[in-house]
Structure formats: structure tokens, C-alpha cells
Design a protein around this ligand. Structure first.
Ligand SMILES: NC(=O)c1ccc[n+]([C@@H]2O[C@H](COP(=O)([O-])OP(=O)(O)OC[C@H]3O[C@@H](n4cnc5c(N)ncnc54)[C@H](O)[C@@H]3O)[C@@H](O)[C@H]2O)c1
Length: 344
């Protein structure tokens, strides 16, 4: 039996594949490579020494998805594939609803048709919105303030309906800010186009490929005025997915869990930590707030600890050290020519 990993060539998905393969699971990847490279899967094979069957498919392509599920014995799905940038979602909201919600509905239909009844879903702390000055628990009300976050919350609601109708068992993991890279340096965050998550941008500045970091807003209600986030190591996130799979049977229906460290860091604190980890100056410029951004998102990660004994085992130094190793080994990321695009 294999685990279908949608978006498995992406940043978090590829690290989750390593974790699953290292623990004896088989994986099958479905990814359209719209924000990743097949070379990420080569890295997964190299790190694990295991096979990674992969299909180049857009999740909204019902026929393509049916073929994937029909050609493997799938026991569960981990659903990473989505568009993920808050800022971009403000300018192309319909695309975000289409890919994120449309892709999820298409996947749920295919899973039902092939009697696959286990799902782990990638949700986001952004569903909580801009309302908390303290660590956020899963019971706190949601109030998304941008199309990306809304799309994630709607997906959770759609999945919950599917659970009620079909007996699907699902876990929605609300990640705070995954960052870092595999400790080997062979795998890391390597999007198509310019990076927009703060840690890969910091790496490009530290390496001298970018002149400076743009800090969006220094007038938030936080001690130094810059936005506070809860950064957690991508390998901790990957481990949580393996645990989620192992705990899907614990309860029927849909459950929600936060994945974070419980510790917040401002952008300027992150800049200083990065200067230390990389041994380089990080010039920055402060501009206006970015539409859709919020002041503070820090997890109360108590439920994951109580339920599974999961806690983040890496701190921000380890996140930045591993990201820096990947940056130095792959200064141009895992990309290459357009020839790399397509089926493995
Ligand atoms: N990285 C973060 O900071 C963060 C935080 C919270 C939640 N998440 C969620 O985690 C998941 C993974 O994030 P990531 O950082 O690895 O992003 P990513 O962009 O690196 O990975 C997403 C993968 O999905 C693929 N994909 C996108 N649309 C697709 C489609 N229609 N059909 C098939 N494949 C498609 C992309 O090619 C990519 O490989 C996403 O759902 C994201 O919303 C990420």
C-alpha cells in the first residue's frame, strides 16, 4: 500500500516524502510542477535510496487523477498541492479558489471513487486571521483576511462535509511557518521564479544574489513594529505528517491540529538570527505593509504534544543553518532548464 502525496515535489511535500520513505512507507507523487521541479524528487531518491513513482498531473484534471489512483494501491492521501502566497492571492483570488478548492474537491471525488478513506490536509495558521496577541489554540475562532486563507478554511469545511457523508477520516494540519531544509543540504525550498517566503529570500540576500530584504511594515502592534511569526523546521513538519498518518484511525471524522513551536520571532529578530547563522550582513529596507498580511501568528502547540507527543525539535538557528547549507550547495535552487518539466 502506498501513500499518495499531492504536491510531493514541493517544499514541504518533498521533505514529507523523505520522512515517509525513511520510515518504511511507499509513496506516489502527483504534482503538476507548477511551483517545483522533478529534480526535487531525484533528491528524495538520492537521500532515501528508494523509488518515488511520480505523475505530472493537475489535480483539477479528474481523468488524470483517476488514472493515478487507478494505477496504484493507495491507502491514504497527504494533500499538499495548492497555491500558497498571501500577497499573490490578493491579486489573483479566483485562481487561488480554483486551484485550492477545485483541486481539493477533485481529489475528494477521486478518493471516493477509489475507496480511499484516509486524508491528511495542509492547512494554514492564516485561517485564524489578525485577532490574536497570544498563542492560538485550535478552538480559537477563525477569521481569514485574505483569499489564500479563505481557500484553506473552505477546503477544511469541504473535507468535513465529505467526512460526514462518506466516512472519510481526515486530519487538517494548520502549519505556522515551515522553513529550513533537509540536513543533508540536498533538498530545500526551491520554488519556480523568485522566492517570496522570508527565509529563502534571506538566504539569497546572505549569498549576495539579492541586494536587500524588503520588510513589509514596521508599524504593527508588536515590540519592534515588524510582523511576528512562529517558524518551525520543515523536518519537524514532515515528522508530524508521518504521525498524522499513524493517528488517522484514532477518531472518526475530521480533526484539526496546529503545527508550531509556540515561540514567535519578529522579522527583525529573524534578520539578526540569519546574520549569525550565515555570517553575512543582511541589508534591509522597510516599506508599507503588504495587503493581506497580519501582525502576529504564534501557535499553541499543546494539542499535538498531548495527542501524539509531537513537538518541534529544532530551533530557529537549526532552521537557518540547514537553509544556508542548501543555499550554498544549490545557489540556483533545484531548477534548471524547461526540459526538466514533466513526468518523471
Ligand atoms: N510553506 C509555508 O509557509 C506554508 C504554510 C502553511 C501552509 N502551507 C501549505 O502547505 C502546502 C505545501 O506548501 P509548500 O510550501 O510545500 O508549497 P510548494 O509550492 O513548494 O508546494 C506545492 C506543490 O503543489 C504543486 N501544485 C500546485 N498546484 C497544483 C495542482 N493544481 N495540481 C498538482 N500539483 C499542484 C506545486 O507544483 C508544488 O510542487 C500548501 O498547501 C500550502 O498552502 C504552506
Amino acid at each position: 500500500m502506498s501513500i499518495l502525496v499531492t504536491g510531493g515535489a514541493g517544499f514541504i511535500g518533498s521533505h514529507a516524502c523523505v520522512e515517509l520513505l525513511d520510515h518504511g512507507h511507499d509513496v506516489v507523487v502527483a504534482d503538476d510542477f507548477s511551483n517545483s521541479f522533478p529534480r526535487a524528487l531525484d533528491a528524495v531518491r538520492r537521500v532515501t535510496g528508494r523509488a518515488v513513482p511520480a505523475h505530472a498531473v493537475d489535480l483539477r484534471d479528474a481523468h488524470g487523477l483517476d488514472e493515478v489512483l487507478g494505477s496504484h494501491d493507495i491507502s491514504a492521501v497527504i494533500h499538499f498541492a495548492a497555491r500558497k502566497h498571501v500577497g499573490e492571492s490578493m491579486s489573483i483570488p479566483l485562481e487561488y479558489y480554483d486551484v485550492n478548492i477545485g483541486g481539493t474537491i477533485s481529489l475528494l471525488r477521486a478518493m471516493a471513487a477509489h475507496q480511499v478513506g484516509r486524508l491528511v490536509f495542509s492547512s494554514s495558521c492564516s485561517v485564524y486571521g489578525d485577532q490574536y496577541r497570544r498563542p492560538i489554540t485550535e478552538d480559537d475562532p477563525t477569521a481569514p483576511v485574505n483569499p489564500y486563507a479563505r481557500s484553506k478554511l473552505i477546503c477544511e469545511q469541504v473535507i468535513e462535509s465529505a467526512c460526514a457523508l462518506t466516512g472519510l477520516r481526515a486530519l487538517s494540519l494548520r502549519y505556522f511557518n515551515p522553513a529550513g531544509a533537509h540536513p543533508s543540504g540536498l533538498l530545500g525550498e526551491s520554488p519556480r521564479g523568485a522566492p517570496s517566503n522570508v527565509v529563502p529570500v534571506l538566504m539569497k540576500v546572505a549569498a549576495g544574489q539579492l541586494g536587500k530584504l524588503t520588510v513589509f511594515g514596521a508599524d504593527y502592534d508588536t515590540p519592534d513594529g515588524t510582523a511576528i511569526r512562529d517558524y518551525l523546521h520543515v523536518m519537524d513538519v514532515a515528522r508530524a505528517h508521518r504521525l498524522a498518518l499513524e493517528h488517522l484511525e484514532d477518531a472518526p471524522g475530521m480533526r484539526v491540529l496546529n503545527l508550531g513551536t509556540g515561540t514567535g520571532l519578529s522579522v527583525l529578530e529573524l534578520v539578526r538570527a540569519c546574520e549569525e547563522a550565515c555570517g553575512a550582513d543582511i541589508p534591509y529596507v522597510i516599506t508599507d505593509r503588504r495587503p493581506g498580511d497580519v501582525a502576529r501568528l504564534v501557535a499553541d502547540a499543546g494539542l499535538a504534544r498531548r495527542a501524539w507527543g509531537w513537538h518541534a525539535s529544532h530551533d530557529v538557528r537549526s532552521i537557518l543553518r540547514d537553509a544556508w547549507r542548501f543555499e550554498q550547495m544549490f545557489p540556483r535552487g533545484l531548477g534548471g532548464s524547461e526540459r526538466d518539466r514533466g513526468s518523471e
